[in-house]
Structure formats: structure tokens, C-alpha cells
Design a protein around this ligand. Structure first.
Ligand code: MN
Length: 220
């Protein structure tokens, strides 16, 4: 049963800006989000909405659109669905302290199953993603305990270009990690270490003008 007990234990909601621990579902019940997170180590939190919570995996190298690449994905505690559009700075010293960027968001569709919970318990789940950066068919395969592999299936969206380098910025606000840290009083230097050395031209990365309204993902 997906539960938020572990999430609640790890967080101090009076000290940290992250959303509270309520169970909730979106209209489709099939939200997916990838949050780029510069904590102690840079990683990408890959999350799928299942039965009112976000099942979550930390992917150190981020997703790859190359079907020959298997990306390690460590399952971590379920997160609240409200967490999906959280972007900002978790204070240093708190659990997950560092900068969080919403790297991609959209919906997913299970393949060959109606029951995502059962497929995940069995340790193999095939699905397709409908995001802005990640699309097409994927599989999550458990290798042991909390250790999984995230693999792209060969299809129209396959490429050997590195999507984390081509499209590094927030899908909600176009900001890089360093820009988010700067805007929200985080550690800019530490956050910048998670950005590509040079931001690619025509990557869609544009500095948000001061005072300009942030684009907000239609929440639920
Ligand atoms: Mn994380």
C-alpha cells in the first residue's frame, strides 16, 4: 500500500517549504514528474502518481533517451502528489537540503496492465510518457531491493543525444538550478554545479524577467 509515513518522518514541515503530507489524486490519476535535485549529489527524482501518492526513484544520471543505456534508479519514499510542482530551495541541514527544479512534467500511460501497483510489486512496469522532454515507451525493472533500472524502449522518440544536457532548465519557469537558487536564497555556487558548463544555444533557456509571472502547471 502506498503510504506517506516515511515521507512524514523525514520532514519538518515548519522548517522546510515543501508541501504537506496529504493524499490526493489528479484528474487523470496518472501524473509523472521529474525533479532535478542538487542535494549532496545531483540526481533526478523520477515520480509516478499511483493510488494517490507519487512513487519515487532517485536517478543519479537522469533519464536517457538511448535504449542501450540502463539508468540506475533507487526507489525512495513515496511523496505527496502536491509535491509534483515544487520548485525551490530546501534549507541546508533539512532532509534533501538543496535546490529543486521541475525538469519535466506530464502524464503516463501503463502498457499491458491496468494495475500499476501490482506491476511495481512484481518488479517490472512498462509505461509510456507524455511529457515535454520525455515521451514514448519506457520500462522500470527491479534488480534488487530498492534498486531498479530505468530504460527507454526503442521507438520514434529514441535518440543518443543527452536530453539532460540539451534541455537542462525548468519546464515550468525556464530557470536553471543556479537561477532558482539565486531567486530563492539558496546556495548559488552549489546549485550551479548541477547545471551544464555551458547552457546550449536555442535550448529554450531564457532568464525569467524580474516580476514576470511564472508559468504554472495546471495543478490537478
Ligand atoms: Mn531528491
Amino acid at each position: 500500500m502506498p503510504s506517506l509515513t516515511e515521507y512524514k518522518k523525514k520532514r519538518k514541515f515548519d522548517k522546510s517549504p515543501e508541501p504537506g503530507p496529504k493524499k490526493k489524486r489528479t484528474k487523470t490519476g496518472r501524473l509523472f514528474v521529474v525533479q532535478k535535485h542538487r542535494a549532496t549529489q545531483l540526481h533526478y527524482d523520477f515520480r509516478l502518481e499511483v493510488d494517490g501518492v507519487l512513487k519515487s526513484w532517485a536517478v543519479p544520471k537522469g533519464p536517457s533517451l538511448d535504449p542501450t543505456v540502463k539508468r540506475l534508479a533507487m526507489q525512495v519514499e513515496d511523496h505527496p502528489v502536491d509535491y509534483a510542482d515544487f520548485e525551490g530551495v530546501i534549507p541546508a541541514g533539512e532532509y534533501g537540503g538543496g535546490t529543486v527544479l521541475v525538469w519535466d512534467i506530464g502524464t503516463y500511460q501503463p502498457e499491458n496492465t491496468d494495475d500499476v501497483g501490482v506491476a511495481l510489486r512484481k518488479g517490472e512496469f512498462k509505461f509510456s510518457l507524455n511529457g515535454k522532454k520525455l515521451k514514448g515507451s519506457w520500462v522500470l525493472v527491479r534488480t534488487r531491493d530498492r534498486q531498479w533500472l530505468l530504460i527507454k524502449h526503442r521507438d520514434y522518440y529514441t535518440t543518443n543525444e543527452d536530453v539532460t544536457q540539451i534541455a537542462p532548465a525548468s519546464i515550468l519557469t525556464r530557470r536553471t538550478l543556479a537561477e532558482i537558487a539565486e531567486d530563492e536564497g539558496g546556495d548559488v555556487k552549489k546549485a550551479a554545479a548541477g547545471d551544464p558548463q555551458t547552457i546550449p544555444r536555442r535550448s529554450g533557456v531564457k532568464r525569467r524577467k524580474k516580476g514576470q509571472k511564472q508559468k504554472v502547471w495546471p495543478s490537478s
